[in-house]
Design a protein around this ligand. Structure first.
Ligand SMILES: [Zn+2]
Length: 100
């Protein structure tokens, strides 16, 4: 194990800010065309876990554009589910399953 932990940042498809990826929602376009959440290999899009970014991403179909899949119902449903059950973006760490 390395002694220095380097935070991995990703760009939000909504606000374009760089943030620690562990605090972001990750959607992945899997090889079979399905949408993965949190892990999996493939083209991925990140959204801040904030009401504003999730809403904006959903309304403007930013995830769909980023993943180059214009009509994918799972993406909209996933963002809607996150909006219904928002994780805190105010300092409380969100624990995702590790990707590495
Ligand atoms: Zn954002």
């Amino acid at each position: 194990m390395s002694t220095t932990h380097r935070p991995v940042v990703r760009r939000c498809v909504s606000c374009a800010h760089l943030k620690d990826r562990t605090r972001m929602l990750r959607l992945v376009r899997l090889a079979d065309g399905k949408i993965g959440l949190g892990q999996g290999f493939g083209r991925s899009a990140y959204v801040c876990r904030s009401q504003r970014c999730l809403e904006d991403a959903r309304r403007r179909k930013r995830v769909q554009k980023s993943l180059r899949i214009p009509n994918h119902p799972t993406i909209d449903a996933t963002l809607a589910a996150e909006l219904d059950n928002p994780a805190s973006d105010n300092g409380k760490p969100v624990q995702d399953s590790p990707v590495e």
